[in-house]
Design a protein around this ligand. Structure first.
Ligand SMILES: *Cc1c(COP(=O)(O)O)cnc(C)c1O
Length: 393
């Protein structure tokens, strides 16, 4: 039997931690109740489990449990935040500010609002993949209702100055949303220090299950955030997100949050950053023409994004023969066929984009896997380059 590939694609998704699976299982079997059915034990135990999960998620980001709304994932959280804030009754205007490297789950709802007559200012990023707070400040207007800037980018891993942007927005009384999917559980996230009003979270990027997420929205303290609900129905989640709660998923998210808090306290980010540095050092030692894309300083611990000269990424991944699970840098915008909007926004030339690889290192990787990945990549680069030079011109 061929061994499973080494998984180095933790920005796409993460494996579910076995501890999380164990916590979820009873809620798929005997504890199957609907948390809204409070008259009997089944509903009561489901309700209690959801509230415990809510407390774990809140604690991880320094929020109050009442500030957490469960959703079907961060795509829904982002849509609820962006559309919900813009369309809230009494909102201060019809202008939004976001950045060129946001996830499509922010950019697409912003575009939809534009078709409805809202104005959207898209702030550029520098060659380091960072947005300048001054540029955000210049984009603000008296009728700006929402600023949405992600905490950490899912391709190049760059971490934006969210605390500075939060302060700026708070001073002007403008709502600030941050898509923190890639940051939560990987680096410390404190909603009060960041002065954020809305924060999107996804379970499957932090060793929880797919199809469940959360939106933090500040309600316990002032100024309270008002949103227009996007799904109407039974009035669950204080009317902000109707629909029977995904109890096993929510329990999984809660347990993943509890484990993440432990892992952060136990130094997991430093351990993962050391593996990332080992990977980069190995690649530089074995392969010539390795260039890092995006800021090296303000970057997620497990992220490495490189371009390898004269080794087209798709060819390289084929040459790897399925031994290492990674993504080509352009993969995130395959549907459009124009290459990643993030790498374009950073201003990389075509040859850097088409030779770009994204590595995402996670909780269960070890040094042996990193060394094996370096070896496999070095061999695959040789193969890819010799194929390219042998190809007829
Ligand atoms: C994965 C991801 C999302 C979407 O989350 P889902 O839970 O898969 O809908 C949104 N934003 C970022 C930055 C992501 O990495």
């Amino acid at each position: 039997m061929t061994p499973r590939p080494i998984y180095l694609d933790h920005h796409a998704t993460t494996p579910v931690d076995p501890v999380v699976v164990a916590a979820m299982l009873p809620y798929l079997t005997e504890k199957f109740g609907n948390p809204s059915s409070r008259q009997h034990l089944f509903g009561q135990e489901a309700h209690a489990a959801v509230e415990e999960a809510r407390a774990h998620v809140a604690r991880l980001i320094g929020a109050e449990p009442g500030d957490i709304v469960f959703t079907s994932g961060a795509t829904e959280s982002n849509n609820l935040a962006v559309r919900g804030a813009a369309r809230a009754p009494g909102s201060r205007g019809r202008h939004l500010v976001t950045t060129a490297i946001e996830h499509p789950a922010v950019l697409e709802p912003a575009r939809t609002l534009e078709h409805e007559g809202y104005e959207v200012t898209v702030v550029a990023v520098g060659p380091d993949g960072l947005v300048a707070t001054d540029d955000v400040a210049r984009a603000l207007r008296p009728d700006t209702v929402l600023v949405s800037v992600m905490a950490a980018n899912n391709e190049i891993g760059t971490m934006q100055p969210v605390a500075e942007i939060g302060r700026l927005c708070r001073e002007r009384g403008i709502l600030f949303h941050t898509d923190a999917v890639q940051a939560v559980g990987r680096v410390p996230v404190r909603v009060d220090e960041w002065e954020t009003d809305l924060v999107s979270i996804s379970a499957h990027k932090m060793y929880g299950p797919k199809g469940v997420g959360a939106l933090y929205l500040r309600r316990a303290r002032r100024p309270r955030v008002r949103l227009q609900a996007q799904a109407e129905g039974g009035g669950q989640e204080k009317g902000l997100r109707s629909g029977t709660l995904n109890v096993p998923g929510i329990v999984g998210l809660g347990e993943a949050a509890r484990l993440a808090a432990e892992a952060l306290a136990a130094g997991e980010p430093a351990r993962i950053a050391a593996l990332r540095d080992r990977l980069l050092a190995g690649l530089r030692r074995e392969i010539d023409g390795v260039e890092v894309n995006g800021s090296s300083e303000r970057r997620l611990p497990g992220n490495l994004h490189v371009s390898i000269a004269r080794a087209e990424a798709e060819t390289l991944i084929l040459s790897l023969g399925g031994r290492i699970a990674i993504s080509s840098g352009a993969a995130c915008a395959e549907a459009g066929g124009k290459g990643s909007h993030v790498l374009r926004a950073v201003g990389l030339p075509d040859e850097r984009i088409y030779t770009a690889l994204r590595f995402g290192i996670g909780r269960f990787n070890d040094a042996d896997e990193i060394d094996e990945a370096v070896k496999a990549l070095a061999a695959a680069v040789d193969t890819a380059r010799s194929r390219a030079s042998a190809a007829p011109r």
